[in-house]
Design a protein around this ligand. Structure first.
Ligand code: ADP
Length: 616
């Protein structure tokens, strides 16, 4: 956390809170509305009873008729019953809309899915920020969801203040007509009300100043400790390395040290400050309470109002002072929570400055989407060196291509640029002669089915895994599974396409092997049925024979699509129509295996010879 957060101004704090509300209101308006109504009603109920009870006592002491008394009692009881019913209904309505955590998670998910540039998505800083937000939301309930609770606390306090002030207004207005002297005369004078109001104002000001001046740094530090602590815990949860290395002791020791640091650095300071805060607050409250009671007592003594009103005023004043304290505590909570809100907004504000284009991609059955890389160079954000250097290449429709080259030679980067996950630093990528950035991105990305190195399977059903949709074409899914060779395994099972993969989401899921997962990922690429199909080393975990099998299958099933196969195993690429050899960000050679292997001075020959010993 940065130092300048210590000096955040009131204006910045208010700005953060207001923005938080706008977001909350956009995400779950129903929830906000019903909770607000509920808050007001909850605060109103006790004043209703207090007012009518005071009125009954007043009537009793002034000798009202039985009829008046009974009417008042009836109104009180009926009103109370109706209020109880209303509160119950409101509570149910509020519960119904209580999906705030889900709604907020959806907001974060949508940010990842559609409103964040890939460069941010891929950056370790973003991953850390996301984890931080998840940690403080889930464990400490901070951030946007805490704002929701602070808001209820604040709203409750304000409603309470309004109701109590409305009921006590007459306390200051009513004066005795009897001629008085000394202290009773002062109490009877309107100026005394001003003195009281000044004291109450002072009480609120003291609360605010203590919150702003003595604000503990504890919450600022808490977030970073929490992150460190949860990481240590995670290491020891399940990790083959930790088990084999016997590193559990190290993890436990690190957790303990983190807690110790936390106690030393945060808690002590925090305790000192909160003790000071609470002393100031309580002292002010006691003084104000005492003066107010003295005032009410004195006014009752000089006969300004009856016994009933005495209870009404003291009851209201009690609630008022409690509300002032709640108001202060809600402001304090807001302020503490703002540290977390800043992180949430830093995440939500990650820019999406990718131009998504407007030009429509022509629909065609023959898959003739000609793409060309023209003098493309690319440097990752923040990187000094070029990952691709002056690459020019024109795809021929229906061609089976293999990309080979050492690790870090630029193969994956080429694919990322092709899919427009990044835009070139220099040069152009053209579709039918027009820069791909001009095309509507949603339509453009439909041209590609990609199985990345780090593909994953969802712990959802097999059908959903293949189609990436809830409503899928079962026949098409089966056909894709058949093509990749996992039809047998699932066609015989009772649940078929409904079979959950793994137990991560449903307990009765089916575990699948690495090879099966790879085939399912391949089936997914087939289901999308895009004109370009790309496999970026998804077979890295397979042995060479299994990979050769996947590759020969791939070659067979891609039909008339343009296909790119990336592998560090050259034997798998032998059958490609064309092999592109990447080296240090450049395409240094291209041709089929027989052509390339005869160039004994070329990179391909070198790579091939280095691996040949494994395959002969
Ligand atoms: P290959 O797929 O051939 O193994 P890559 O295309 O993944 O190679 O990487 C090409 C170069 O770009 C490497 O030097 C790699 O370190 C760098 N690189 C890859 N991804 C990133 C990234 N997200 N940020 C910065 N540099 C990257």
């Amino acid at each position: 956390m940065t130092k300048n957060k210590n000096h955040r101004s009131l204006k910045t704090d208010l700005g953060l809170i207001l923005r938080g509300y706008r977001v909350l209101y956009e995400v779950c308006p129903q929830n906000i509305i019903w909770t607000t109504v509920n808050c007001i009603a909850q605060q109103f109920a006790p004043y209703f009873t207090l007012y009518l009870s005071a009125e009954i006592i007043n009537q009793l002491t002034t000798g009202a008729s039985l009829r008046t008394l009974l009417t008042l009692a009836l109104v009180t009881v009926t009103g109370q019953l109706l209020l109880n019913v209303a509160l119950h209904l409101l509570a149910r309505k509020t519960e119904e809309t209580e999906s705030i955590n889900f709604d907020l998670n959806e907001l974060y998910m949508l940010k990842v899915g559609c409103r964040m540039q890939y460069k941010h998505l891929e950056s370790p800083d973003t991953a850390l920020l996301r984890q931080k937000i998840r940690n403080f939301s889930n464990f400490g309930g901070h951030g946007l969801s805490r704002l929701f609770w602070c808001y209820q606390e604040l709203f409750g306090a304000i409603a309470n203040i309004i109701f109590s002030v409305s009921l006590t207004m007459s306390l200051f207005r009513t004066v005795s007509n009897v001629r008085l002297t000394g202290f009773p005369a002062f109490v009877n004078h309107p100026l005394s009300a001003l003195v009281l109001l000044a004291l109450i104002g002072l009480n609120i000001a003291a609360e605010m100043i203590s919150i702003y001046r003595l604000y503990p740094k504890h919450t600022r530090l808490w977030s970073s400790f929490n992150l460190r602590f949860s990481r240590c815990l995670k290491y020891s949860e399940y990790n083959a390395d930790v088990t084999v290395l016997g590193a559990v002791g190290l993890c436990i020791e690190r957790c303990r040290r983190t807690l110790l640091d936390y106690n030393n650095e945060c808690m002590r300071e925090s305790f000192k400050i909160s003790a000071k805060l609470s002393f100031i607050g309580k002292t002010m409250e006691t003084i104000t309470n005492l003066v107010l009671y003295l005032y009410i007592g004195a006014k009752a003594y000089i006969g300004t109002f009856g016994v009933g009103n005495f209870f009404l005023y003291t009851g209201s004043v009690d609630r008022f002072l409690k509300a002032v304290s709640d108001f202060g505590s809600s402001i304090s909570n807001f302020r503490q929570n703002n540290d977390y809100l800043m992180e949430v907004f830093r995440y939500l504000d990650l820019p999406d400055d990718m131009y998504r284009g407007t030009l429509s991609v022509e629909k065609r059955e023959d898959n003739k989407f000609e793409i060309e890389f023209r003098n493309v160079s690319f440097r990752y954000p923040g990187s000094e060196s070029f990952a691709l250097k002056n690459v020019s290449f024109k795809f021929r429709i229906g061609e089976r291509l293999a990309f080979v080259g050492m690790n870090g030679s630029g193969k994956t980067t080429f694919v990322k640029l092709l899919c427009r996950l990044y835009d070139p630093t220099e040069g152009h990528i053209l579709l039918k002669g027009i820069d791909i950035s001009k095309y509507n991105y949603d339509e453009y990305i439909k041209l590609f089915s990609v199985v990345f190195q780090d593909y994953f399977t969802f712990a959802f059903s097999l059908g959903e895994n293949v189609s990436a949709k809830q409503d899928y074409d079962a026949e098409k899914v089966w056909s894709c599974l058949n093509k990749v060779g996992v039809w047998d395994k699932f066609s015989k099972t009772e649940r078929g396409l409904e079979t959950p993969l793994g137990t991560g989401y449903q307990n009765d899921g089916v575990e699948i092997s690495g090879g099966e997962a790879q085939r399912i990922a391949l089936a997914r690429a087939l289901y999308k049925d895009a004109p370009y199909i790309i496999l970026d080393e998804p077979t890295a975990a397979l042995d060479p024979i299994a990979e050769a099998e996947v590759y020969s299958k791939f070659n067979e099933i891609v039909e008339n699509k343009t296909a790119i196969y990336i592998s560090h195993r050259l034997s798998s690429c032998r059958l490609a129509d064309k092999i592109l050899v990447f080296h240090d960000g450049e395409i240094v050679q291209q041709g089929n295996h027989d052509q390339l292997v005869t160039d004994t001075a070329g990179k391909y020959y070198e790579l091939w010879n280095a691996q040949a010993q494994y395959y002969t």
